[in-house]
Design a protein around this ligand. Sequence first.
Ligand code: HEC
Length: 118
Amino acid sequence: MNTDAVPQTLGALVASTLWLCSQAQDAQDPGSRIAQMVCSACHLVANGQPPPILNPPAPSFCEISNRASASAGSMKRFVMHPHGTGAENTKMPDPMLMNDQAVEVTRYVLGLKGHCHF
Ligand code: HEC
């Protein structure tokens, strides 16, 4: 076996794995997909998104993720029933998500904490 080729092959393997991971995160993370399809009309949900239609927009997901009060349980409850959890005055309509979708999108929002700038 040609041992000179090993580091090169490993390097290529690492590079392609990293690329695949970044694609998977962008395109296949269910929470990120739901955020982009369901929430982005009102919220900035990711870097580089054009301004939401809602004007003024709802708080960005970056801002929401960095709030001290942000927890998976309370956010999921809010997202499932914005008007039924003590936030009756909220202006957010019920996005009518299924339980799994609320879990995924909540995971996505909280995952932004500490490393987002929008
Ligand atoms: C039609 C517009 C609209 C859509 C669509 C929308 N939101 Fe909102 N959202 C709002 C507004 C407006 C607020 C601010 C509520 C307020 O100030 O009463 C808000 C607030 C929030 C909050 C913060 C609640 C708090 O504790 O202050 C979270 C979390 C949230 N939205 C998540 C989502 C998620 C997840 C989606 C997509 C599944 C989504 N929103 C879709 C308008 C929207």
